[in-house]
Design a binder for this molecule. Structure first.
Ligand SMILES: Nc1ncnc2c1ncn2[C@@H]1O[C@H](COP(=O)(O)OP(=O)(O)OP(=O)(O)O)[C@@H](O)[C@H]1O
Ligand SMILES: Nc1ccn([C@H]2C[C@H](O)[C@@H](COP(=O)(O)O)O2)c(=O)n1
Ligand SMILES: [Mg+2]
Length: 249
């Protein structure tokens, strides 16, 4: 790619005298000509837009998704978009949907997909990064299909934090972050929703060979040592693809 850019710039500079000047006067200004050439060259050479690298982070309530996302961000430079955090921010901002979202979260139920996907979309669009961890999403088949329809991109990686139920309940009851859904009654519903609606999504990605299952017991660091090699391998693969494409250009 960079070689084509280099040869184009020498092509442009060799044309920087009489021919271009005459053409420019025909087009009124030199600026409009150079701007147009730059725009056309850009469209010709550069890919239209880089497709982001998307990781969905799944697991039952309290399985440690958010905790591990922080470590992945620190180590691999992803942008973390937690669906639950985006929804809680929507409640705090007193938006029109705030009351409905609060009720769903209090009951441990799932917010309509379109709304959640739009919040994720906003988060992605307002970031300069091209690597995203989408945490706690998709929670249902409807979530998954809605993301495909609205965003139009498939995830590259799906992480599943597989944690025994009694461990998840213990962690949630000790979380102490003032969450309205960290009480035994709501936790029971969240676990049922996870089993009935989220496990089918996990199976879907397993069948497509995208699922990486992490045994989510042990210390946070021990669990991260299962996560690390997955992203290290993807990074190495990305670097070798870049080297190969430079050699092919
Ligand atoms: N390996 C671990 N061992 C013990 N406690 C942990 C571990 N990982 C996370 N925790 C604690 O468990 C609680 C839940 O973790 P976390 O918030 O990361 O879970 P989550 O999967 O994001 O849950 P939710 O779906 O409810 O958002 C937190 O208080 C966290 O500090
Ligand atoms: N895709 C999602 C993600 C979250 N919610 C709602 C319902 C969850 O119980 C709640 C908290 O999410 P968490 O922070 O535990 O990931 O937010 C949803 O409706 N859809
Ligand atoms: Mg979380």
């Amino acid at each position: 790619m960079w070689r084509r850019v280099a040869s184009l710039s020498s092509f442009l500079s060799s044309y920087s005298t009489s021919f271009v000047a005459q053409t420019a006067s025909r087009l009124n200004t030199w600026e409009s000509l150079t701007t147009r050439i730059a725009q056309q060259a850009n469209g010709f050479i550069a890919p239209k837009e880089k497709t982001p690298f998307i990781t969905f982070v799944l697991g039952g309530p309290g399985s440690g998704k958010g905790t591990q996302c922080i470590k992945i961000v620190e180590t691999f430079g992803f942008t973390h978009l937690s669906a639950g955090d985006l929804l809680r921010r929507e409640i705090d901002s007193n938006s029109a949907d705030g009351a409905m979202i609060l009720n769903k979260i209090k009951e441990g139920k799932i917010v309509p997909s379109q709304l959640t996907v739009k919040l994720i979309q906003k988060g992605m669009e307002s970031s300069d990064n091209d690597k995203f961890l989408i945490d706690g999403f998709p929670r249902t088949e409807e979530n998954r299909v809605s993301f495909e329809q609205i965003i139009g991109i498939e995830p590259n990686v799906v992480l599943f934090f597989d944690c025994p139920e009694e461990e998840m309940v213990k962690r949630l009851l000790n979380r102490n972050q003032g969450r309205v859904d960290d009480n035994l009654e709501t936790i029971k519903t969240r676990l049922k929703v996870f089993e009935a609606l989220s496990l089918p999504v996990i199976n879907y990605y397993s069948q497509r060979g995208k699922l990486y299952t992490i045994r989510a017991r042990g210390t946070e660091d021990e669990i991260f040592e299962q996560v690390r090699p997955i992203f290290t391998a993807f990074e190495a693969c990305h670097v070798s693809t870049m080297i190969l494409s430079i050699q092919l250009c």
